[in-house]
Design a protein around this ligand. Sequence first.
Ligand code: GRF
Length: 227
Amino acid sequence: MSARVPTSKLRVGVLASGRGTNLQAIIDAIEAGTLDARIAVVISNKQEAQALERARRHGLTGVFLDPKPFAHGSNSREAYDRAILDVLQKHEVELIALAGYMKIVTPVLIGAYPDRIMNIHPSLLPAFPGLDAQKKAVDWGVKIAGCTVHFVTEGVDEGPIIIQAAVPVLQGDTADTLSARILVQEHRIYPRAIQLYAEGRLRIEGRHVLLAGASDPATGSLINPSL
Ligand code: GRF
């Protein structure tokens, strides 16, 4: 995939099903000027999603797209994604950001937006893909957990990794306490990943996302428990 040529402000479409704190982090980064993009539309498959409320509060277009009318037939998920695609195209979306979107996206969307869909997942992928990643990390007994922003491919949580953040897992952590610690980092890395894309600095080569320009590689290490 070749990098985006940043001629105009990136138009992002956010798909969210729930409380929308990652959407909020993206909105906040735009309003703070650290993310040079515009949210063209927020779409949810849940009418009561707090994400829609957040969108409206910030004067953004929020669209509830009911999956029920599409629920029949063997290609219901594809039919729903075609409807999503209509809305995205109507709002001239260039990049899709999945932010707590609880539906699996089909090749209909992936084909229309190849290498132009991002997702955030609350684990250090490829560990703990799928649902309840933080609980899986606690149950497994890992000492370091984290979150990942990656491009979306057909395999769930499998696409090329853009950026990751690590946090320690503390003794006595529950899925909830660990989730809260990870979420703070999610809110830092998702706007950053979108900004890197907006600047045209991301290029995919196979499984690798290459970062152009001045890169600031992480220094130091997270060792837990510390030495
Ligand atoms: C986040 O933990 C995200 O990593 C996962 O779903 C959760 C969404 O949270 N994909 P929010 O709706 O952004 O608050």
